[in-house]
Write a protein that binds this ligand. Structure first.
Ligand code: HEC
Ligand code: HEC
Ligand code: HEC
Ligand code: HEC
Ligand code: HEC
Ligand code: HEC
Ligand code: HEC
Ligand code: HEC
Ligand code: HEC
Ligand code: HEC
Ligand code: HEC
Length: 481
């Protein structure tokens, strides 16, 4: 027994001597003077621990360095990931251990100088993932992740604010990096909420209770996961105008690519025309003009806690509507729940009252404009026919006061029409004076109301004058008789 142990010890001793082949680092450095592994994680090892292919000096062949001899766990995971699989297939672009970790300057990940430190990963991965040639040779779902990530709130929080925000490997893993289509991948849509939820745990919990979370968990790819609304690499803060969830963007992008899609609405038998009905509402019109304070889809439906109106916890359940609308319209009562919100006023089925009010209004506008045209046309015809006075001068049809009054009326009519159409056509170029600064809707409303007041005043003065002149005329006639 004892002899065996001694034998083993001797063999081990011989073994190490043999593997080092009696070669000291000093000998290697004689020829490779620039290389040192001092102050790295491997400082206690010698050159030949890694370059074990070199058995004698001078050497000619050097075998590939096998990190796996000492890092079995990392190697095992690496072997399951896309980088390892690609390396095994001799893919020229594949990331080897040394592509990410370096060779002679390998440091622990928490070392600020490590190539895999969260702050430095972006540079390390960018060597290949910001290289269009590598992207061209492979089937990445995202061609330019690095540039996009640099614009994200995460990049900023990590690098500028020193917060524990994710770098590449927090979402992708370090060794078992899998393709997005792979169900075992941390970035597969089924696992995304768990991946984000590592840090945003509260939001994940709320989301999982929502109709979207439940539908996604049941396997419905049509239901949104975190990245469908926020994006993956270029995730921005909601207050950032370029964010996909910026208030003015929500109706335009966040919700409607699903809720206007027949593929989704038919499959889940959801009511359609959410966007068009929203856009034609007052909230929608003003939202298009750029206002961030009116209601968008999320102000009424919630964000991560969206539920159907039949769910008593839903923000749009009739019993909760006074509170939901009351956030912005303090004091509204239970009556807000009486009418539907998503209605197309041009159809009777939506809401009869709204339908007829709209119909009456359209009739009124056409009637008024038609009368105006008739009146102006008759007046114009009359003007052409009117004869000169005997002394050749023009016949004075309107007094100064009448002219001023007409000018006031036509000006207020034009302003009224303009500021009204500016609400109805927020996307057109000509309402621009009302839609280039933040306080625009306020200005438009003020101008519209002043114009309305002005036209009412002008009209009443007109009628007053007509009435006065009529009476005066009758009086004059009586006297001359
Ligand atoms: C007598 C000088 C000399 C000594 C001692 C020496 N080398 Fe080299 N080594 C060379 C030369 C020359 C090359 C070829 C350089 C080239 O190809 O650019 C080389 C190349 C290498 C390479 C690169 C091979 C490749 O394919 O790119 C490695 C790795 C290497 N040596 C490791 C070692 C290690 C480890 C030791 C100590 C055990 C060592 N060398 C000792 C001279 C030496
Ligand atoms: C932790 C393992 C490790 C240790 C320890 C190590 N090397 Fe290396 N070395 C590598 C790797 C990995 C490469 C890159 C091999 C490749 O690209 O295939 C490399 C490459 C080299 C090369 C060729 C490329 C270059 O950078 O010039 C030389 C020469 C070399 N090593 C010499 C040494 C010497 C001398 C020592 C001891 C002072 C040493 N190595 C210690 C891992 C190691
Ligand atoms: C695509 C880049 C990449 C490749 C390729 C890679 N690593 Fe890593 N490795 C990382 C990152 C990033 C970390 C830091 C992980 C962290 O902080 O959680 C890491 C961490 C490590 C650690 C520290 C302990 C651990 O497991 O977290 C070891 C050891 C390691 N890698 C060894 C290897 C070996 C061996 C290989 C080759 C088989 C390899 N790595 C290939 C990126 C890579
Ligand atoms: C001869 C065995 C051996 C070889 C070969 C070897 N390592 Fe190591 N490595 C170790 C040991 C032991 C440690 C732990 C050192 C410590 O914790 O101070 C270590 C530490 C590390 C760490 C830091 C782990 C951490 O805690 O963050 C990384 C990264 C790493 N090695 C990567 C590599 C890579 C990449 C290669 C191949 C180029 C390699 N190693 C080759 C033995 C080895
Ligand atoms: C040396 C080049 C290189 C480096 C460095 C590199 N990768 Fe890769 N990566 C590749 C290649 C090549 C593939 C594609 C493998 C394939 O097609 O099977 C890939 C695949 C991926 C995939 C899966 C995509 C797919 O379509 O399979 C992800 C995710 C990924 N890498 C993330 C990273 C991250 C994160 C880092 C940094 C920690 C990194 N890579 C570093 C070359 C690299
Ligand atoms: C907040 C999490 C997150 C961060 C941080 C992140 N990614 Fe991604 N990444 C994802 C998600 C999710 C996808 C899947 C996209 C999809 O489904 O199409 C993805 C996709 C990718 C792909 C394509 C994967 C494939 O299967 O083709 C690559 C390559 C990639 N990311 C590299 C990076 C690099 C490099 C970094 C760091 C600069 C990074 N990512 C940072 C979440 C992240
Ligand atoms: C490693 C932890 C971590 C992971 C994983 C992570 N985040 Fe973050 N996230 C943060 C931190 C830290 C911030 C910065 C918070 C701050 O500045 O207040 C942040 C900020 C955000 C913000 C902006 C919040 C704000 O109020 O400005 C959004 C949106 C966001 N993350 C979404 C996601 C999504 C979606 C995912 C998954 C694809 C994800 N995050 C994954 C840690 C993480
Ligand atoms: C249906 C679309 C949608 C989905 C799915 C979604 N979000 Fe959001 N998220 C939003 C919107 C819209 C906002 C902006 C709310 C605001 O204006 O304050 C937001 C805000 C955020 C914020 C910052 C504000 C806050 O409340 O702290 C974080 C962080 C965030 N989401 C993370 C996530 C995570 C993690 C998931 C997945 C578990 C997720 N989101 C799923 C639409 C979504
Ligand atoms: C990726 C597609 C997608 C996005 C983005 C999306 N939804 Fe949905 N939504 C669905 C699907 C699918 C359902 C049906 C789920 C079910 O019934 O199981 C649904 C259900 C709903 C319901 C409940 C409808 C009902 O009667 O059951 C409401 C309300 C809703 N979504 C509002 C929103 C709002 C608001 C947003 C934007 C913040 C949004 N959705 C973003 C796909 C999406
Ligand atoms: C002013 C508040 C408000 C706004 C803004 C709003 N909704 Fe609604 N939404 C409701 C109410 C209340 C209901 C339920 C009654 C109804 O249909 O009018 C509803 C119903 C729905 C439904 C059917 C859910 C159900 O269970 O009945 C979906 C889906 C929906 N809205 C999506 C959207 C989308 C997408 C947007 C943005 C384009 C949006 N909503 C904007 C208040 C709003
Ligand atoms: C995010 C805040 C917000 C929410 C939530 C909201 N609104 Fe509004 N709403 C506004 C703003 C801002 C205006 C325009 C200013 C005003 O008239 O007070 C407006 C205007 C209106 C108008 C036109 C009134 C007018 O003065 O011309 C009606 C009607 C209306 N909202 C109904 C509702 C109903 C019903 C709900 C709930 C289903 C609701 N709103 C939820 C912000 C909101």
């Amino acid at each position: 027994m004892r002899t065996f142990q001694l034998f083993l010890l001797f063999f081990l001793f011989m073994g190490t001597r043999l593997s080092e082949a009696g070669i000291t680092d000093q000998e290697c450095i004689q020829c490779h003077a620039s290389i040192t592994i001092a102050r790295t994680v491997h400082e206690n090892f010698s050159c030949v621990d890694c370059h074990s292919g070199i058995q004698e000096l001078p050497h000619n062949e050097t075998a590939l360095v096998e990190c796996k001899n000492c890092h079995e766990e990392a190697q095992e995971k690496y072997g399951k990931g896309r980088h390892g699989i690609a390396a095994a297939k001799d893919d020229f672009d594949a990331a080897l251990c040394s592509d990410c970790h370096g060779a002679h300057d390998i440091r622990a990940a928490n070392d600020e100088k490590s190539t895999v430190n969260p702050k430095n990963q972006i540079k390390t991965c960018a060597v290949c993932h910001a290289n269009p040639k590598v992207a061209k040779r492979h089937t990445f779902t995202t061609k330019v992740p690095v540039e996009a990530y640099k614009n994200s709130v995460h990049f900023k929080a990590l690098n500028e604010d020193g917060k524990k925000a994710p770098s590449c490997a927090d979402c992708h893993g370090s060794h078992e990096v899998r393709h997005a289509g792979d169900q075992a991948s941390s970035i597969n849509w089924k696992n995304v909420s768990e991946t984000c939820g590592k840090c945003h745990a509260e939001i994940m919990k709320v989301y999982q209770g929502s109709i979207h979370g439940k539908a996604a968990a049941a396997g419905g790819r049509q239901a949104p996961v975190c990245t469908d609304c926020h994006g993956e690499h270029e995730i921005r803060a909601p207050g950032d105008p370029k964010s996909s969830v910026y208030p003015a963007q929500i109706a335009k992008t966040t919700c409607v690519w699903c809720h206007e899609s027949l593929r989704v609405t038919q499959k889940f038998s959801l009511p359609g025309e959410r966007l068009s009905t929203y856009l034609s509402s007052y909230h929608g019109l003003v939202n298009q003009a750029g206002s961030g304070v009116v209601a968008n889809c999320a102000s009424c439906h919630g964000i991560h806690d969206i539920r159907p109106s039949s769910d008593s916890e839903s923000t749009i359940h009739p019993s909760n509507l006074p509170r939901t609308c009351g956030k912005c319209h303090p004091g509204v009562g239970g009556n807000v729940a009486l009418g539907a919100i998503h209605i197309d006023p041009s159809r009777k089925e939506g809401n009869k009252v709204v339908y007829y009010v709209r119909l009456f209004y359209i009739f009124l506008i056409f009637f008024a404009v038609a009368l105006m045209l008739l009146h102006n046309g008759m007046d114009l015809a009359r003007k052409f026919r009117s004869e000169r006075l005997p002394d050749g001068k023009d016949y004075l049809r309107f007094t100064m006061q009448e002219r001023l009054q007409h000018a006031a009326m036509s000006l207020s009519f034009m302003v009224l029409a303009y500021s009204g159409f500016a609400l109805a056509y927020p996307q057109a170029w000509w309402p621009a004076p009302f839609s280039f600064t933040g306080g625009t809707e306020e200005e438009r409303r003020l101008v519209h109301r002043i114009a309305a007041l002005a036209i009412v005043c002008a009209l009443s003065i007109l009628y007053y004058i007509i009435a006065f002149q009529y009476v005066a005329g009758v009086f004059k006639m009586r006297r001359s008789l």
